[in-house]
Design a protein around this ligand. Sequence first.
Ligand code: AHM
Ligand code: MG
Length: 290
Amino acid sequence: MTVSDPVIEDVIATISRSATEIRQGLIGRRGTVDEENPSGETQVEADVWADDLLAERLAAIDGVGQYASEERAEIHDCGGDPDTESDTYAVALDPLDGSSNLKSNNSMGTIFGVYDAALPASGEAIVAAGYILYGPITTMVLATDETVSEYELTGGERTLVQRDVTLPDDPDVYGFGGRVPNWPDDFEAYAREIESELKLRYGGAMIGDVNQVLTYGGVFAYPGLEDRPEGKLRLQFEGNPIGYIIERAGGRSSNGQQSLLTVAPGELHDRTPVHVGNTALIERLEDRIE
Ligand code: AHM
Ligand code: MG
């Protein structure tokens, strides 16, 4: 499947071609660097390297007006304003989601959202979003207005494995981030119900965990915490793109009260509680939490 807008297609092709290269380049880049990202988290060498590689390639595309990522403080102005120029887009990325998993050699991902608006933007301005999962094989899940598709990526090629991906009706798995003592009581009560119904699948990289939810049905959450009500994940780089993908696949996303896609954007690196999965499970969560 190709996307009819040439700029969006170019962005998707550039990220998917880069993915197998990024995977190879992880070898030798597992160590931490002496820097923190704008969220105050220690960066690993691969975070910085993958961000630079993708920034350079995406900024070179005519029609990409802005590039922003979890790993850099400021928006990179690539010479175009998505708010005022037609066919000009902003790309927001988490170059290596779950990069702390490099140490233990667990799955990781790359997340991207293409916004038809200047950043920070509402999730309603997303025109395409996707993620790469660096699992035993490298796959890409891509959501557009039209459909959600899964591809396998090898040597720069992308091969369609499934079109019209939807969440299975009968949910099977859940994964919730944060430490249990830091969960607010209402979320803990919800979690107790869910853990008696579904199987735990938590790997420490949202992409790996969300891909299990998309494959088997269920719910993934990184909730607001007692000591950090805004949770851990970032709206522009993680919440919005994942919310868009799961909603396109027939599920729901929520910050606890409303769809992530309708949350008003604040600052570029703002965090948000993230809950995504089968509609009934997210509706139940919204009923249970304040
Ligand atoms: P990162 O993008 O800086 O790697 O952080 C995001 C990751 C998510 O993939 C994952 O759900 C979460 O952080 C895991 O956090 P924790 O280690 O607190 O379980
Ligand atoms: Mg991340």
